[in-house]
Design a protein around this ligand. Sequence first.
Ligand SMILES: *Cc1c(COP(=O)(O)O)cnc(C)c1O
Length: 245
Amino acid sequence: MEDIKKNLETVKGKITEAAEGCGRKGSDVLLVAVSKTRTPEEINTAIDAGVTDIGENKVQEIMDKFDAVKPVRWHMIGHLQTNKVKYIIDKVDIIHSVDSMKLAKEIDKRAAQHGKVMDILVQINPADEESKFGVTTEGAGELVKEILENCENIRIKGLMSVAPIKEDPRDVKPYFDGVKAQFDELSKIEHPRLDFEFLSMGMSGDFPVAIEAGSNLVRVGSAIFGERDYVQYRKDQEAKKNGNA
Ligand SMILES: *Cc1c(COP(=O)(O)O)cnc(C)c1O
């Protein structure tokens, strides 16, 4: 638990360093602590240490932890199945992973039922990798326009992207640059439900490069909470289900 605080300080220092390295301020970059596989206790430790925003990539984890976590902004950052939107629509503050009209329409419908306007980001898959979700960098414009035309209960707050994994994180810079160019282009659109505030790029392995490319929201998990242990996580979940924990 002590490590979480220490790691958080290290990450914040690196964010400030990267931002100042390109003439920006560390406070211009929002840190979203990615808490998948982590317990509410660990998340609360991070919140006590100053974390204001947390990110989860699974609907089930959001539902499991929601009531046990202190007040914080929740970011849904993972692939979202249409049939699960209803479970998180009243819990999360922003959905980073909108990559189809089908998903947008479901979010729109559920947001309307809750009398809210849902903030979303359009997810870009910049290298067009099979293994990743998201529209192409070029395709983002079309989806943005279609959402603006059809979804009155959605506000588009920007773009999100997961870069390919490269041995040298510098090699992902061109992908981030491409997404940033598209961000700048689309932010020119004037529309009451478009407010390009967030360019969500950068994870533990590549956030300094992402900031250099213009990211103002980084999603950092393992650099704060340590390496994830999915095997242990599943064991713990099983134990809980069977009433042993
Ligand atoms: C897990 C995850 C992250 C954080 O990954 P780390 O490498 O642990 O920092 C960021 N974004 C998404 C979409 C994720 O699923």
